[in-house]
Ligand binder design. Structure first.
Ligand SMILES: [Zn+2]
Length: 183
């Protein structure tokens, strides 16, 4: 194992154009990408998130990390890394509240599939498959969307989006070209 200290990556805030772009598949799991994954994971925990996708830190790669239960399970960290993920199945629908590290202080209900099956590579480049429901399924869908430039506000009902319109406009206007919110 190489010794290296993980660092916090700056998170792009809504208004940043990277968040709207489509991420590229990872061709080869190089040491550089492994370091990036370590940083992405470290950043997710430091920022107290349950998921973080590469485009949110300005890297257009199809990688995200999730750990939906670390808050509720005594802060025990079990990060799940997904590289080049692909959904195989969706089942049912359920509405629940979501937040996003790229949208500080915005929480709104979003409709998602209740259960999903996803296939992916893990951080060692091995094929993994998860059958997920409830919060795990929700976080997977939320993070996956980031790889296609889709944000949770796109999945909200018109009415719910109307409730937060003012907040969104302020956020968009006060985020600079580096994706830093200066509001
Ligand atoms: Zn998000």
């Amino acid at each position: 194992m190489r010794k290296r200290k993980a660092k916090i990556l700056p998170i792009k805030i809504y208004g940043d154009k990277t968040l709207r772009r489509i991420a590229e598949p990872v061709e080869k799991l190089t040491d550089k990408i492994k370091d990036f994954i370590a940083d992405l994971t470290f950043t997710m925990y430091e920022k107290e998130g349950v998921g973080l996708a590469a485009p949110q830190v300005g890297r257009l790669l199809r990688i995200f990390v999730v750990d939906p239960f670390w808050f509720t399970e005594g802060n025990e960290k079990k990060p799940v890394v997904l590289i080049n993920p692909k959904f195989l199945e969706f089942e049912g629908q359920i509405e629940s509240e979501e937040g996003c590290l790229s949208f500080p202080d915005i929480y709104e209900k979003v409709m998602r599939a209740k259960k999903v099956v996803i296939e992916s590579l893990d951080e060692k480049g091995e094929k993994v498959r998860y059958e997920a429901d409830e919060l795990f399924a929700r976080v997977l869908q939320h993070e996956y969307d980031h790889l296609d430039g889709i944000l949770f506000i796109d999945k909200m009902s018109k009415l719910r989006k109307m409730f937060i319109k003012k907040k969104l406009n302020v956020l968009e206007k006060t985020t600079n070209k580096d994706g830093v919110n200066i509001g």
